[in-house]
Design a protein around this ligand. Structure first.
Ligand SMILES: Nc1ncnc2c1ncn2[C@@H]1O[C@H](COP(=O)(O)OP(=O)(O)OP(=O)(O)O)[C@@H](O)[C@H]1O
Ligand SMILES: [Mg+2]
Length: 283
């Protein structure tokens, strides 16, 4: 398996003495859908800031496509064209006067032809449902609208690796669905998507790799059904079990004939339910 991003023994302490990452070593497979879970203050955002070189490790290293990151201006500019990050707090990210300026800035600076910039900007605005806001000043937008603008700005860059720090927080359910569909499209194109979330149901259903951080340390990682199989560990970290997984485990205990692989979505679970009527008609 080839890995697009990896860290080895990453340590990071903020200037005020808070030790945010403690020896984090992990590998993100190329083309995967990776979810990083962990309670508040676990170090998720700090880790993400290392992935595109905004923070520099104090010990250990960050590796992109097999090469250790370099922190000179040119290397960082190159890296950031390939690894795009949507920050947790949109106010940290927004800097342009209007929505359209914010979303065009990145592609424009890539030196792309004007028609290509226009195509990407229009697509990003449509995907995030903010065409109507294009000419609005960013500072008057609602929090959720600001999150959409930040997302559009990074989507317009069409990065190889897309990093989303709690992308679903503050988004309405319809946009969450649209976002997930779009992430699926990126995945089909072979891109890598990494997101952090507090939503274990989303992580379980969407991700193919799950990483759990707690107090700056990587506690466990693996395929979602492997990670959530260790119920004790998941609960110790302070996370809930995904409801689909919990129902599936309970059905297994009740004697439901287990068919691999376990259901990953509500639809899959419903299809597999041991309903007597289904059995009668020999489905
Ligand atoms: N700029 C900063 N200065 C000092 N300490 C910080 C700073 N940013 C984060 N921290 C601290 O570093 C630790 C890790 O924070 P981080 O934001 O990475 O966690 P997180 O897992 O993203 O949490 P959340 O789920 O709340 O977003 C926390 O103890 C936090 O208080
Ligand atoms: Mg965070």
């Amino acid at each position: 398996m080839s890995y697009v991003l990896a860290t080895e023994g990453l340590d990071y302490t903020y200037p005020n003495g808070t030790q945010a990452l403690k020896g984090v070593s992990l590998k993100i497979p190329k083309g995967s859908k990776a979810a990083i879970l962990g309670p508040n203050g676990a170090g998720k955002s700090t880790l993400f800031l290392h992935f595109n070189g905004i923070l520099k490790p104090q010990r250990g290293k960050v590796i992109y496509e097999g090469k250790e990151l370099r922190y000179d201006r040119t290397s960082l500019l190159n890296l950031r064209q390939k690894v795009g990050i949507v920050f947790q707090d949109p106010d940290t990210q927004l800097f342009s006067a209007s929505v359209i300026q914010e979303v065009s800035f990145g592609p424009f600076n890539l030196g792309l032809p004007e028609a290509e910039v226009k195509r990407r900007v229009e697509k990003a605005l449509a995907l995030t449902g903010i065409e109507d806001l294009a000419d609005k000043p960013t500072h008057f937008l609602s929090y959720g609208q600001k999150k959409r603008v930040c997302l559009a700005a990074v989507l317009a860059m069409e990065p190889e690796v897309l990093i989303l720090d709690e992308p679903t927080a503050y988004l309405d359910p319809q946009l969450v669905r649209q976002l997930i569909d779009f992430l699926e499209e990126l995945h089909r194109q072979g891109r890598t998507v990494i997101l952090s979330t507090h939503d274990v149901d989303l992580a379980y259903t969407w991700a193919d790799q799950v990483f759990i951080l707690k107090a700056g340390k990587l506690v466990t990682s693996g395929r979602p059904e492997e990670v959530f199989a260790d119920r004790k560990l998941v609960e110790e970290v302070g996370l809930a079990l995904p409801w689909i997984w919990e129902v599936y485990q309970r059905l297994k205990e009740l004697g439901w004939p287990v068919e691999a692989p376990p259901p990953r979505s509500k639809e899959e679970l419903l299809r597999e339910l041991p309903c007597p009527i289904y059995q009668k008609i020999g489905r």
